[in-house]
Design a protein around this ligand. Structure first.
Ligand SMILES: [Zn+2]
Ligand SMILES: [Zn+2]
Length: 115
């Protein structure tokens, strides 16, 4: 909080992570702490400082009280969700690829075994 007013650094409430961009801080929270059972976040918007124990409540707060900061959060969330989606798709492709190769190999082996 004080950091925000002193110089433009943002600090994570849950670890020693520090950065100079709000976007990066949100990215950090989503990636590292969103699922944490001891989740804690302080709203770093000027003159606010409200704390939240749930990511959802924080999101709601930002949406209602700081509509100007809210798009950033949406953007970060979207970006991270897209990344996750991409990793999932890649994994699925790899699985599908392995399956297809196995099938082909089996077919090939069978055809060779046949007299
Ligand atoms: Zn952290
Ligand atoms: Zn706030």
């Amino acid at each position: 909080m004080e950091n925000y007013e002193n110089g433009n650094t943002f600090q994570c409430d849950m670890c020693l992570f520090k950065c100079i961009s709000y976007y990066r801080l949100m990215q950090h929270y989503i990636r590292n702490h969103k699922q944490d059972p001891y989740f804690r976040i302080t709203c770093v918007q000027p003159g606010c400082g409200a704390t939240f124990k749930k990511w959802k409540s924080f999101r709601q707060h930002l949406f209602r009280k700081h509509p100007t900061a809210s798009p950033t959060l949406n953007e970060v969330t979207q970006q991270i969700e897209d990344e996750n989606q991409l990793t999932r798709t890649k994994k699925n492709y790899r699985k599908l690829f392995k399956k297809t190769i196995k099938k082909l190999l089996r077919k090939l082996l069978k055809s060779i075994e046949k007299p």
